[in-house]
Design a protein around this ligand. Structure first.
Ligand code: ADQ
Length: 729
């Protein structure tokens, strides 16, 4: 898929985030709006004001039936996504803030894992995905934000397969060993990989993500280029450090009246949402240590901590509030004099204007989260240094420390080190303060919010990379160690694996070169090849036409091969007649090009030629007819398989072949590779988990139990070719 940069950037942008840019409250006068707090809104609102488009998010209250939001004043349109109070509890407080938030911040012991929360999170993400897709029919870009909506991209992709789709994560992406604690890690990674671009604040988060997709999903990662290949799709991954509206903050700081803090002596300023990631207690301990170690600061210095109330319905946040209240009280009690209290603590939001004045008048900005995706407060502090230069003390555990190198960097867990840094900041010569601030300001002015949006949207509209051909070295990396010194038993599905999917099964013919490579593999003394297909045995025999290959038809209900006693499942006898009847029943659905393939004991109802809009109805009817006949319906590629309920599948068939050939201890005798593209191959993937290397071919839209994915039939051919050429065991 290619995109013309100019037209892409002019077409509307559709943004989805958990919160809309404002929150509604129900008052006596009706619904009232107030701006939402937090970095995400600060970042996105100006983009949509400038470019126009659509913002989709949760309005913050449960709306009554028929109730309308007050009309928007924004120059962009808004669609609210409704959540009931019960849904919000599980989706927002539960999974988003109780599971993902701590886990993504590498605090797994705080994370709780409840299946019910996960399920509601999935449902709400689906709802968001559907609303986004409705609004994004002609969008130049769909841009989904943050950890609350990590599954939504998969739903947008399902509904709009060709839309340009990007995701930005505002919080850290943790290392592999932490992320994999999530019981649903694969689901998240798969959903994110439906995007064309995934942005993180800093490179280390992007690298963590690459590690995870490589190790958890077995995706192919091109590290130099930061490209992931998964199934038949590519995703670009990048670091896009978020900036702020620098000029706005600078102007606000220039205009702001002198604050009371300016009179109160040197102010050390902390500004945060009240959150356990922000390191507020640690900061108070560090300030206490400063007062213990350096009495000269008594009556001279004040720590002014402003905390915006946040997630106050969550128990942990209420506990944190009490802890901070208590700590502030204790330190003040310990050091206060008649005219001086060392800590001033404000538990509320302040306006941007007030904030700008406070930043400007502070001697020290003490921004010491114990983990933070980026931290915009540090950047705002710097932008507001328009008078006497202050000093920024910044946690090395905030994403912002990646670029804000001229700050005094501290590890917030190191209380003594932090106290030393505060002392150093308070006693720093003006010249040093100025040169640090100048360098910090220069960078933040250049890498501001506009430049972030420009670089992200530019990357999002760049031509999508193509899948690089799979090479010998890929196969060597994946398989050599596994196979070394062993015989190989190779299992392959036929349609969509060895031969491309066609309108009619009779057209899916093996090319001469693949036929030749398959033959070469099967004739090797150290390799056995089996083709396991849903076709009837006679049909698959006709297509493969190699006596050296074991053939399994009807999903393994019938098997024949060299040095192998022919197998026909004993229960089939009961189904031959019923299959004929079912074929007749399905004839009524032979409309719009749909047709039924009778394969002896099983049948396949094909609907590849049926127009999209009439498929759903036909498939539903096919399921009903098949079930009524006492058969099991199974969805396959543009087809519904009707299988006798015999408790036999491709997994059992593979086991049967392996036991016949190598005896009960086959797993010690032979290495197994299974390659398939179909839902019916999943039975074999599941059965072989841990016992084989398995490959799912084609689109990554459905989940798989296979170890890896291959993009297409050509990649299967490359695998066969590599296997045929490898040195003899
Ligand atoms: P937050 O965790 O909300 O954001 P941060 O980046 O610091 O953290 O943004 C906070 C915003 O809220 C700032 O714009 C700040 O001015 C404002 N704010 C903070 N305290 C305030 C107060 N008392 N009164 C008024 N306003 C206040 C998440 C991630 C961050 C990431 C951002 C953006 O956790 O790591 O930087 O998203 O991606």
């Amino acid at each position: 898929m290619t995109a013309d940069l100019d037209t892409e950037t002019q077409r509307p942008i559709v943004v989805a985030s958990n919160r809309l840019p404002f929150t509604f409250e129900r008052t006596a006068e009706g619904l009232q709006r107030r701006p939402s707090s937090g970095g995400l809104v600060t970042a996105l609102d100006p983009i949509l004001r400038k470019r126009g488009g659509h913002w989709i998010g949760w309005p913050g209250i449960e709306m009554k039936p028929g109730e309308q939001l007050p009309s928007a004043r924004e120059p962009y349109s808004i669609t609210p996504v409704q959540l009931s109070a019960a849904e919000s509890e599980r989706f927002y407080e539960g999974f988003s803030n109780g599971t993902l938030w701590p886990l993504m911040h590498s605090m797994p012991t705080r994370a709780r894992f409840h299946r019910e929360d996960w399920e509601v999170y999935g449902q709400i993400n689906e709802r968001f995905g559907e609303v986004v897709a409705q609004q994004a029919l002609d969008a130049g870009l769909v841009w989904i934000h943050d950890y609350q909506l990590m599954l939504a991209p998969a739903h947008v992709r399902r509904l709009l397969p060709d839309v340009r789709l990007a995701f930005f994560l505002h919080i850290p992406f943790p290392p592999y060993d932490v992320f994999r604690l999530l019981p649903w890690d694969r689901e998240f990674l798969r959903a994110l990989l439906t995007c064309d671009l995934i942005g993180f604040h800093v490179r280390s988060y992007a690298h963590n993500f690459l590690d995870c997709v490589q190790r958890i999903l077995g995706a192919r990662v091109r590290r130099q280029e930061m490209i992931v290949e998964y199934g038949d799709r590519t995703t670009r991954v990048g670091a896009f450090p978020l900036g702020i509206e620098f000029d706005t903050f600078e102007s606000l700081a220039m205009a702001a009246p002198r604050t009371a803090t300016a009179e109160a002596g040197a102010t050390v300023l902390g500004v945060d949402r009240l959150d356990y990631t922000k390191g507020i207690p640690e900061r108070i301990y560090a300030f206490e240590r400063l007062l213990e170690n350096y009495p000269e600061h008594h009556e001279q210095v004040v720590l002014f901590q402003i905390a915006v109330p946040s997630r106050s319905q969550v128990e942990e946040y209420r506990e944190l509030k009490s802890e901070i209240d208590e700590l502030v009280g204790r330190v003040n009690g310990r050091f206060a004099t008649a005219t001086w209290s060392p800590i001033r603590y404000l538990y509320r939001s302040v306006t941007r204007q007030q904030l700008a004045g406070l930043y400007r008048d502070a001697r020290v900005g003490l921004i010491t989260p114990i983990r933070d995706g980026m931290n915009l407060v540090a950047k705002e502090f710097v932008a507001c240094q328009v008078g006497e230069p202050g000093v920024l003390i910044l946690s090395s555990l905030a994403g912002a420390s990646d670029t804000m190198r001229e700050a005094l960097l501290v590890n917030p867990y190191d209380i003594d080190g932090s106290a030393e840094a505060i002392h150093r900041a308070l006693t720093m010569e003006e010249e040093e303060r100025r040169s640090r601030v100048v360098a910090l300001r220069r960078r933040e002015r250049r890498d501001d919010l506009d430049s972030w949006v420009a670089s992200f949207t530019k990357a999002a509209s760049a031509t999508q990379p193509t899948i690089a051909p799979i090479t010998d070295s890929d196969f060597e990396g994946w398989l050599s160690d596994y196979m070394e010194g062993y015989r190989l038993s190779l299992f392959l599905d036929y349609d969509g694996t060895l031969a491309p999917l066609c309108d009619h099964p009779s057209n899916a013919i093996l090319s001469d070169s693949v036929h030749h490579t398959l033959k070469t593999c099967a004739e090797r003394p150290d390799t056995e090849v089996a083709v396991v297909s849903g076709r009837s045995l006679s049909d698959v025999r006709k297509m493969v036409d190699l006596e050296t290959v074991t053939l399994a038809g009807n999903h393994g209900l019938e098997i024949e091969g060299p040095r192998f006693s022919t197998f026909v499942h004993q229960d089939l006898i009961h189904y031959r007649e019923r299959a004929n009847q079912l074929a007749r029943d399905l004839e009524s659905l032979g409309v719009n090009g749909a047709w039924t393939e009778a394969k002896g004991p099983t049948l396949t109802y094909h609907y590849r030629s049926v127009p999209e809009d009439s498929r759903e109805q036909l498939v539903k009817q096919a399921h009903t007819i098949i079930s009524r006949a006492g058969y099991q319906p199974r969805d396959a590629h543009a087809a519904v398989e009707a299988r006798p309920p015999i408790g036999w599948d491709k997994g059992r068939a593979v086991l049967h072949i392996l036991r016949e050939r190598y005896g009960p201890s086959w797993s010690e005798e032979v290495r197994v590779i299974y390659v398939g593209d179909d839902q019916t191959d999943e039975d074999a993937f599941r059965f072989l988990a841990g016992l084989a290397q398995t490959f799912r071919v084609g689109s990554a839209d459905t989940a798989t139990a296979a170890t890896r994915r291959l993009p297409n039939v050509a990649a299967v051919h490359a695998l066969l070719d590599w296997l045929s050429r490898r040195p003899l065991t």
